[in-house]
Design a binder for this molecule. Structure first.
Ligand code: NAG
Ligand code: NAG
Ligand code: NAG
Ligand code: NAG
Ligand code: NAG
Ligand code: ZN
Length: 566
């Protein structure tokens, strides 16, 4: 019998039942291969069960220091404060800085080095990011306060923010990082091996760095991004295939490999990506069989580890501070390889302490202060109103307390529409977190809807065409070509379609279609095919509003009851 993958999926995933919270006692604890993707089971840490922490206790891993040691964060997406709605994930970046200090302290007696890296996608996730026009203004100083040894760029630093000039404001976050002096402040440790400024063709950061630890360990470090196509026009992303064949890359590898203890690649791509293998194979062919090569992966928001050969491995450390990654290696006594060791440390203060054999882990004060200052500057704690309900990102549209039907059928029409003849369609990558009952703050707005995409309108489209458009957009055969897999596919698992509309279009009726700039290309492409019309010219719709601000506007009209309002 042949099962479609999603049918197989549905048959494996136990149902939570509608609208309530499940219990891990009933549906089990699951694994951790869907980290940060809220699916309707305890396959993830996304609090699908409210009793997760008590029913599914984790034994903290034990961190073993070795010859060369690494602590890594990836895809933080501005989730660096600890999660107020998920007490299980209470660790902040200040706790991570503290873990680093403790590791360095223990390593000092053995004269060993511990390196600290970030692998990109620092922005787009909470109020700390999107309440700034360029999405990085408040965030960057906090990252700066943590003493990373090197950092990589991710795709989220490279999305166009101003509609290519349709709206005023920063063109994309990387421009903000440059203009604020953030990139320069890293003194050559902000790495962009395959990203250049479009105008000058000069690298955005440095192409590579040779870094030396306190005890003399030397690393040659690169920072690669997957072959991203839908980047902002300020930059160009060069294909990894071409860069590894370029003179500067080969000269850097040939010139430094003999003098360093290892080659490290920060690679903003899935740990199973073919490009990881390409990077490893190319490096291996130039540095000889026994030079350690360590790749740190990211982008797909999961944990994963693969050994590539006796002297190299690739490790991906989750996302959104649900994980702090530790990795170490040591030469085997037989000389024929390295012993690699890694630990997925959960972003939980107690687990972090346990991993270090401590009873208590205090947050680092410097980073804590920077965090507090950023929160105040961003104004993210401001209470807008109250939510009477818990709305679940992963609930199917027809289920009770479905976040997607609440957002599309109530919030968008209630805050954005002027008439009954308007209809909105939105790709379900746009929302990424539940709404919890109780006070709803600016931070909650952006956790639920992090991207602040602006709205566009196309006038007078028939209900028949809209019906066809929606089914085209949701046709599984069409998913392959989507611009950004991590937003295109929707963060809500398979229980919500890829695109949702604010109402069911009626045949015989004419609508004004509203959508956001992120979905422009697929929507216009399908319309061209359906209407056999070559030109569509969507207009900016209510430029003061965006996919985040509609939630703000909605909750400003939902005052808290006296008993909940503090
Ligand atoms: C806190 O972190 C900063 C760098 O981020 C470091 O210089 C300082 O030593 C740390 N403080 C403690 C108490 O670990
Ligand atoms: C690199 O260039 C060589 C010779 O021009 C070519 O044979 C090879 O396929 C190229 N490699 C990649 C990964 O493009
Ligand atoms: C880290 O997590 C990944 C994904 O769950 C898993 O495959 C790997 O074995 C974990 N590593 C350790 C040391 O537990
Ligand atoms: C890799 O390690 C295995 C044993 O684990 C050994 O048999 C093999 O010879 C090693 N390969 C190299 C290239 O050293
Ligand atoms: C979204 O709209 C709000 C309200 O106008 C504005 O404050 C915010 O900066 C906008 N966000 C983005 C990313 O444009
Ligand atoms: Zn990411």
């Amino acid at each position: 019998m042949v099962l479609l993958p999603w049918l197989l999926w549905m048959s494996l995933v136990p149902s939570r039942g509608t609208g309530g919270t499940g219990s891990c006692k009933e549906i089990g604890c699951g694994g951790h291969d869907e980290t940060c993707w809220c699916v309707a089971s305890c396959w993830s840490f996304n609090d699908c069960c409210e009793d997760f922490a008590s029913v599914c206790p984790e034994k903290p891993p034990s961190v073993q220091l070795a010859e060369v040691n690494f602590l890594v964060t990836t895809d933080l997406h501005s989730w660096i404060e600890g999660r107020k709605h998920q007490p299980h994930l209470d660790a902040s970046l200040a706790h991570v800085a503290s873990v680093l200090e403790h590791l360095r302290h223990s390593a000092r007696s053995a004269m060993r080095d511990v390196f600290f890296f970030d692998n990109g996608d620092i922005n787009d996730g909470t109020g700390l990011s999107a309440s700034a026009e360029d999405h990085v203004e408040y965030l960057a100083p906090v990252l700066r306060s943590a003493k990373y040894d090197a950092l990589n760029v991710g795709n989220h630093e490279l999305y166009q923010r101003n509609g290519y000039g349709m709206l005023p404001g920063a063109a994309c976050p990387i421009v903000g990082l440059k203009e604020s002096g953030y990139i320069d402040s890293w003194n050559g440790r902000y790495l962009t091996s395959n990203v250049v400024w479009a105008k000058s063709q000069q690298p955005v950061g440095e192409r590579y760095a040779v870094i030396e630890g306190e005890f003399g360990t030397k690393l040659l470090v690169f920072g690669f991004l997957y072959n991203m196509r839908d980047h902002c026009d300020a930059v160009q992303v060069l294909d990894v295939q071409d860069v590894v064949n370029s003179t500067w890359f080969q000269d850097a590898v040939d010139g430094y490999a003999a003098h360093v203890d290892a080659v490290v690649v920060l690679a903003h791509m899935d740990y199973r990506d073919d490009l990881v293998d390409l990077l490893w194979r190319t490096l291996r062919s130039r540095v000889g069989e026994t030079k350690p090569i360590q790749v740190f992966a990211g982008h797909s928001h999961i944990r994963g580890y693969r050994q590539l050969d006796n002297f190299s491995s690739v490790y991906e450390a989750g996302c959104k501070l649900d994980t702090v990654g530790f990795l170490s290696f040591q030469h085997r006594s037989d000389g024929c390889g390295l012993d690699f060791d890694h630990a997925n440390i959960t972003g939980n203060v107690h687990d972090m302490a346990g991993a270090l054999h401590l009873d208590l882990l205090r947050p680092n004060l410097t980073v804590n202060r920077a965090l507090e200052a950023a929160k105040v500057a961003a104004g993210t704690d401001r209470v807008l109103g109250c939510s009477p309900e818990h709305y679940y990102l992963s609930n199917a549209l027809q289920e009770k307390n479905s976040l997607w039907s609440f957002y599309m059928e109530k919030v968008v029409p209630g805050t954005l529409f002027d008439s009954e003849d308007q209809l909105a369609i939105l790709g379900t990558g746009a929302l990424s977190y539940d709404i919890f009952p109780g006070t709803f703050t600016v931070d909650d707005v952006y956790m639920t809807s992090p991207y602040g995409n602006f709205w566009l309108i196309l006038q007078k489209i028939s209900g028949e065409i809209l019906q066809q458009l929606i089914s085209k957009l949701n046709d599984p055969a069409d998913f392959a070509g989507l611009a950004s897999p991590l937003r295109g596919r929707g963060e809500s698992g398979f229980r919500v379609p890829s695109y949702v509309s604010s109402s069911v279009p009626k045949p015989g009726k004419t609508y004004d279609l509203i959508f956001c700039d992120f979905d422009l290309e697929p929507i216009v492409q399908h319309l061209k095919d359906l209407v056999k019309q070559q030109h569509f010219d969507p207009q900016l719709f209510k430029p003061a509003m965006n996919t985040s601000s509609v939630l703000e506007a909605w909750f400003q009209k939902q005052p808290c009851g006296e008993e909940t309002y503090i």
